[in-house]
Design a protein around this ligand. Structure first.
Ligand SMILES: Nc1ncnc2c1ncn2[C@@H]1O[C@H](COP(=O)(O)OP(=O)(O)OP(=O)(O)O)[C@@H](O)[C@H]1O
Length: 393
């Protein structure tokens, strides 16, 4: 049966280095959580604590009614009703694909015909019906990871853990296997936790994304909420930016909109803290999707005006295209603004050639102004765990 995973104040140190710092989260039954963070942020350690391979120093892990780790309780991995898929596949080299997949069932002493039926069925589901007798060294990387996925699914565990399972595969294969992992995991009904440092992989897979920074969970929300309301500059940077500017607020905020003056020009942004007062210093982080280009001579690009201050964004910022890359559906551009700063990954269906002067319109929804002074940041961290976009006063 599908269960809820509950993690509370999980902490872990190696020597004097605190690798996990009171990490708490809940994954509802059958939901798919992706933990996203840079190298060294503690993702693997957290997953290993959930699996029982690593022992946490403090905190609890519960799965349904059962405590997996709590106080002195520390259940061994094979008593946690879970299976794990590893980055390096971790197949037994001396066993065939069917042997690897059937191992867990043999340990459970399932009758042989039943075991063989389930192994054949799951290998069919991962597209390896014709490779059941092959040994790992006779399989490609993608095929080996499919065997590992089949091995994880075959005993229908309640909890599935994924440790960067796609990172050793090339781009095309990654995308195909990502879809298979997503589909087969959801079909199985298991609760899933998946770690990665790849933002696009995380957003594509997750029901909810948790962002880890230095062993702390700094935001936990749907991919849409993380993209639309990144709780900190770190989260915004780690989930995709066109560029960053610094500036000052110009007048008070209306709702959560604030007019900004920067060296590149004046525009409206979303205020991500207490930037209501005039002249507050801010960092502005800009999503690629918020940027629209128009040739400096035509009338496009000035239609994303703000209700609060229509005149401010009507002008757009002045810039020059410094790179144009064809992407099939259109073109990605690099634009240098008048202050010398750059916006990258700016998409337009039409190409703007290198050296072309352009006007850059910025959608306030994708421009986040964070006050640089800590006293202007939010006092409590409840907004970090937003399930829907929240209004920040
Ligand atoms: N067994 C260990 N002994 C000492 N330090 C460790 C041990 N395991 C991990 N660490 C340290 O803990 C920190 C977090 O490591 P962890 O592997 O959990 O991060 P990660 O986010 O998974 O990184 P990566 O994406 O590079 O795998 C790192 O600084 C790492 O060097």
């Amino acid at each position: 049966m599908t269960e809820q995973l509950q993690v509370e104040k999980l902490s872990k140190s190696f020597g004097s280095a605190r690798v996990l710092n009171e990490v708490s989260f809940t994954v509802e039954p059958g939901r798919f959580l992706v933990l996203l963070g840079p190298s060294g942020s503690g993702k693997t350690t957290l997953l290993r604590c959930l699996a029982g391979i690593e022992r946490a120093d403090g905190g609890t892990v519960r799965f349904g009614e059962r405590a997996l780790a709590e106080g002195r309780v520390h259940l061994a991995p094979d008593r946690r009703d879970l299976a794990m898929v590893f980055q390096d596949y971790a197949l037994w080299p001396h066993m065939s694909a069917a042997g690897n997949v059937g191992y867990a069932l043999r340990r459970r002493k399932l009758p042989r015909p039943e075991s063989e039926r389930r192994v054949a069925e799951v290998l069919e589901r991962v597209g390896l019906a014709d490779h059941t007798d092959r040994y790992p060294h006779q399989l490609s990387g993608g095929q080996q990871q499919r065997v590992a996925l089949a091995r994880a699914l075959v005993a229908s565990p309640g909890l599935l853990l994924f440790d960067e399972p796609l990172s050793n595969l090339d781009a095309d294969l990654r995308e195909r296997l990502r879809v298979e992992i997503s589909t087969l995991t959801r079909e199985s009904g298991a609760t899933a936790v998946y770690i990665t440092h790849d933002q696009s992989e995380a957003f594509a897979l997750a029901d909810e994304v948790g962002i880890l920074e230095g062993g702390r969970l700094v935001q936990l929300a749907t991919p849409e909420s993380v993209y639309q309301r990144p709780s900190t500059p770190f989260v915004a940077r780690f989930t995709g930016l066109a560029g960053e500017l610094t500036g000052r607020t110009d007048g008070p905020a209306h709702q959560d909109r604030v007019l900004l003056t920067t060296e590149a020009g004046t525009f409206v942004a979303t205020c991500m803290g207490r930037c209501g007062t005039d002249g507050t210093e801010v960092q502005v982080l800009i999503r690629p999707a918020a940027v629209t280009l128009a040739d400096a001579t035509d009338g496009r690009g000035d239609d994303r005006t703000s209700e609060a201050t229509p005149d401010a964004s009507r002008q757009g910022l002045a810039g020059t295209v410094t790179d144009t890359a064809y992407r099939g559906r259109g073109y990605d551009h690099v634009v240098e603004l008048s202050d010398g700063s750059r916006l990258t990954g700016v998409f337009d269906k039409q190409a703007h050639l290198r050296g072309t002067p352009v006007r850059v319109a910025l959608d306030p929804d994708g421009c986040f102004a964070y006050p640089t002074s800590p006293s202007h940041l939010e006092g409590d961290d409840s907004h970090l765990f937003n399930r829907t976009p929240v209004e920040i006063p």
